[in-house]
Design a protein around this ligand. Structure first.
Ligand code: XCC
Ligand code: SF4
Length: 680
C-alpha cells in the first residue's frame, strides 16, 4: 500500500494561534514548526479521531470483533446492540479512571502507614489537626495518643477500603444523610474500591452484563468508589502528610523556567515523590552541587496535577498544564523532567532526544522506552530524590540553545475546604454561613466547578477561560481543580486584584469583603473530593436544601480527555451535581443513522436525573455550556424559593462605591463619606 493510502489525504495544520490561546504555548508551537518537531497539537491535526470509536460505537471486547456499529439495527457478531456497546465502553473508561485515582489513594495510605511506623525516610505528619479531624470521623481514638498511633490506625482503616469485600466504604459516611439514604436504596454504595473496579471489568467481559442501564448502574458504583473512596483518601492523606493547603502566592506558565538555574520539572500526580523532590532541592548539599556545576541553584516547577500539589502547599511554580509538557522540553532549558503516573505522554521521550532533557520515570508501574528509570520507594525517598536531582545537575553542562517564553502569571492557590470554612468566619466562627447567605441573597448567583484536562482537539485553554470569564461576570463563583486551574491561573483569574472589574457586582462585593479571588483554586483532580465536601457542608449549613442536588451548582470539564474525567463526572452526577463535559462525546448519539445510540446518553441525562438528581451531558460549544449552566443555576434557585438573580441590586458597596466617590468634587466626596459637608 502506498504511504498516501495509509495516511489518507493531507490534513491541514492549525496555526499556533488557532491551537492555543496561551502566548507562551503559541511561541513554543512556532518554534516546534521551525524545528520540524511534532507535538500533541500537530499530531492531533494529522490524526483525525476515529468517528466510530470516539462515539463509543466500536466494540473490541473479544476476538470475534472488533465490531463497528455504523447503521441502524446493526449488532456485533455476538448480537450485542449499539446501546450495550456504548454502555460497556463507558463503564470500562470509568473503571480505568476510578482505578487510577484510587491506586494513587492506596499509595498515599501505604505511605501514611510507613510514616506512622517510622519507616519512611524524610516524611513526617505535617498536619496533626487534620489527622485528628479525619480520625474523629471514623471514631478512631485520639485522646492521649501520639499522631503516629492515630495515623497507624487511620492508615489501616484506609488500606482496608480497597480490598474490602462487603459492607460500605467508610468515607461514604461523609455524604449528606439524604444522599446516603438514596444511594442505599439504589444499591450503589461501594463495598470496596477494588471490588467495584474488578466487577466492572468482569461485567464487560464477553458474554456478561448486556443491559445498558444495568451496566450504567454499576458505573455509578465504580465511580463513587473513586470520589467517596480512593480520591477522598488521597486528598485526606496528602493533607495529613504534607499540610492542608492555605492561600499563598504562586506563579504559572513556562516563564517560570530560569536561564541560570538547573530546571527540574516534576510531572504526574502523586505528591509523595514531588514533595520529596521539593525537600531535596532545598538541601544545602544539593544546592552546593548545583553551584559547583555552574548553576545558580535548582529551579523546580510542576506540570499537571503534580504542579497543583506542590503549588498549593509550597508555592512551587507551575510550568503549565497537560498540553504544555512537550512545550516545556521545547524551551531547551529543562535538565530533567521527573514523572510518576498518569497523563504522561510517550511523545516526551522522542521529543527530548532533540534536546538535552532527561525524562526520568520513577513509578514501579510506569516505564517509557528510552527514558531513564530511577525507581521511587517511599522508604528511601529523600536519598532517591537527591539522586534524581544530581542527575539533573550533571546534565546542566549539556544545555544547548534556550528559548524560554517570558510569559507567566501570578496566582493565589490553596483554597482547601478547611480554608474556605475558616476564611468565611475566622478562627472562632468558621462556617459556611456567609457563603450560603450570599447565595441565598443573590449576591452570588450560584457556584460552578470548572475542572479537568486540556485536549488538543479543542483550542488549548480557550474553553476554560471563556467559561470562567463569562460566569464570574454573571456573579457565579468559580472553583477550580486540575489543569483547568492552571489554565485560569495563566489567564490571571486566580488573583484578587486582576480582573476584579470583570466580575459581576454581587460576586465582587463578596470577593472584596472576604478578600478572595472570584475563582478559587482547590487543588489537583483527586481534590475534586474537596468540592464534594464543600457541597456537603453547604447543605449541612442550611438554607440551600437538604441534599447536594438542591444546591445551585454545576460542574464543567470543558476540555476533558482522560478516563479519570469520566469517573469524576459520573461520581459528581451520582452525588447530585449537573455535570457538563465538553470536547469529545464517548456516548455520542448518531440519532439520524442509529436511533438506539441515543439511549445511553439519554439515560445519563434524564435517567440519572430522576434517580440521583444529578446528570451528565456532553456539550460541544462553550456558549451552550454557559447557557445550560446559568439555566440550571436559576432553576435550582427558583426551586429553593430564592430571589431571582438580579445584578442591579448589588455592587453599590465596597470598592465600587469608593471608585464612584473618588471622582466626585471634593465637597461632595466629603459628604458621601461623612454624610455631611466638611466643616468650614
Ligand atoms: Fe491529567 Fe490531573 Fe486531566 Fe490534567 S486534569 S490532564 S487528568 S493532570 Ni486531572
Ligand atoms: Fe463484537 Fe460482541 Fe466481541 Fe464486542 S463482544 S467484539 S460486539 S462479538
Amino acid at each position: 500500500m502506498a504511504e498516501e493510502e495509509i495516511k489518507g489525504p493531507k490534513k491541514k495544520l492549525r496555526t499556533p494561534e488557532e491551537a492555543s490561546i496561551d502566548p507562551a504555548a503559541q511561541q513554543m508551537l512556532r518554534l516546534a514548526d521551525e524545528l520540524g518537531l511534532s507535538t500533541a497539537f500537530s499530531r492531533a491535526d494529522l490524526m483525525s479521531a476515529c468517528p466510530i470509536g470516539s462515539a463509543g460505537l466500536c466494540c473490541d471486547l473479544c476476538g470475534m470483533g472488533p465490531c463497528r456499529m455504523t447503521k441502524d439495527g446493526m449488532t456485533g457478531v455476538c448480537g450485542a446492540t449499539v446501546d450495550t456497546i456504548q454502555a460497556r465502553n463507558f463503564i470500562r473508561a470509568v473503571a480505568a479512571g476510578s482505578a487510577a485515582h484510587s491506586d494513587h489513594g492506596r499509595d498515599m495510605a501505604f505511605t501514611l502507614k510507613a510514616v506512622a511506623n517510622g519507616e519512611a525516610e524524610g516524611y513526617a505528619i505535617r498536619d496533626v489537626a487534620k489527622l485528628h479531624n479525619v480520625a474523629a470521623l471514623y471514631d478512631i481514638p485520639i485522646e492521649n495518643r501520639t499522631p503516629e498511633e492515630i495515623a497507624n490506625d487511620l492508615a489501616d482503616l484506609y488500606i482496608a477500603q480497597f480490598g474490602q469485600q462487603r459492607g460500605a466504604i467508610v468515607p461514604a459516611q461523609r455524604a449528606p444523610a439524604k444522599r446516603r439514604k438514596l444511594w442505599q436504596e439504589q444499591g450503589v454504595i461501594p463495598r470496596g474500591v477494588d471490588r467495584e473496579v474488578v466487577e466492572a471489568l468482569h461485567r464487560t467481559h464477553m458474554g456478561d452484563d448486556q443491559e445498558p442501564t444495568h451496566i450504567l448502574h454499576h458505573a455509578v458504583r465504580t465511580a463513587l468508589a473513586d470520589g467517596w473512596g480512593g480520591s477522598m483518601i488521597a486528598t485526606d492523606v496528602s493533607d495529613i502528610l504534607f499540610g492542608t493547603p492555605a492561600p499563598l502566592l504562586g506563579e504559572a506558565n513556562l516563564g517560570v523556567l530560569k536561564h541560570d538555574m538547573v530546571n527540574v520539572i516534576v510531572h504526574g500526580h502523586e505528591p509523595t515523590l514531588s514533595q520529596m523532590v521539593v525537600a531535596a532541592s532545598q538541601d544545602p548539599e544539593i544546592i552546593a552541587y548545583a553551584k559547583a556545576a555552574g548553576a545558580n541553584g535548582i529551579n523546580l516547577s510542576g506540570i499537571c496535577c503534580t504542579a497543583n500539589e506542590i503549588l498549593m502547599r509550597q508555592g512551587i511554580p507551575a510550568a503549565g498544564n497537560f498540553l504544555q509538557q512537550e512545550l516545556a522540553i521545547l524551551t531547551g532549558s529543562v535538565e530533567a523532567m521527573v514523572v510518576d503516573v498518569q497523563c504522561i505522554m510517550q511523545g516526551l521521550v522522542a521529543l527530548s532526544q532533540n534536546f538535552h532533557t532527561k525524562i526520568i520515570t520513577t513509578s514501579p508501574k510506569v516505564r517509557i522506552k528510552g527514558a531513564t528509570h530511577i525507581e521511587f520507594d517511599e522508604h528511601h525517598a529523600l536519598t532517591i530524590a537527591k539522586n534524581i536531582l544530581k542527575q539533573a545537575i550533571d546534565n546542566y553542562v549539556n544545555r544547548g540553545e534556550v528559548h524560554i517564553p517570558s510569559f507567566k502569571s501570578s496566582l493565589i492557590p490553596g483554597f482547601s475546604h478547611e480554608y474556605i470554612n475558616y476564611m468565611l468566619g475566622g478562627s472562632y466562627r468558621a462556617s459556611f454561613r456567609p457563603l450560603n447567605d450570599a447565595i441565598m441573597s443573590g449576591r452570588i448567583r450560584g457556584v460552578a466547578a470548572i475542572v479537568g484536562c486540556t485536549n488538543p482537539r479543542v483550542q488549548h485553554d480557550a474553553y476554560h477561560g471563556t467559561l470562567t470569564g463569562a460566569l464570574i461576570r454573571q456573579d457565579v463563583l468559580v472553583v477550580e481543580t486540575g489543569c483547568s486551574a492552571i489554565a485560569n491561573a495563566k489567564l490571571g483569574f486566580l488573583l484578587g486584584e486582576t480582573g476584579i472589574d470583570q466580575v459581576g457586582p454581587g460576586l465582587r462585593e463578596v470577593c472584596e469583603t472576604i478578600g478572595i479571588p472570584p475563582v478559587l483554586h482547590m487543588g489537583s483532580c483527586v481534590d475534586n473530593t474537596r468540592i464534594l465536601t464543600v457541597l456537603t457542608q453547604m447543605v449541612e449549613e442550611g438554607g440551600l436544601g437538604d441534599d447536594i442536588d438542591k444546591v445551585p451548582a454545576v460542574g464543567i470539564a470543558p476540555e476533558w480527555m482522560s478516563e479519570k474525567a469520566l469517573s469524576i463526572a459520573t461520581y459528581c452526577a451520582a452525588s447530585g451535581a449537573y455535570v457538563i463535559m465538553g470536547g469529545s462525546n464517548p456516548v455520542e448519539g448518531k440519532g439520524d443513522k442509529i436511533p438506539d445510540s441515543l439511549l445511553v446518553s439519554e439515560f445519563m441525562r434524564s435517567g440519572w436525573e430522576e434517580l440521583y438528581g444529578g446528570k451528565l451531558e456532553f456539550v460541544r460549544e462553550p456558549e451552550e455550556m454557559l447557557r445550560r449552566t446559568l439555566e440550571h443555576i436559576d432553576k435550582k434557585r427558583a426551586a429553593l424559593g430564592l430571589p431571582a438573580y438580579d445584578p442591579s441590586r448589588f455592587g453599590k458597596s465596597g470598592d465600587a462605591r469608593l471608585r464612584e466617590i473618588e471622582v466626585l468634587p471634593f465637597e461632595e466626596r466629603q459628604a458621601a463619606v461623612y454624610g455631611r459637608r466638611a466643616a468650614g
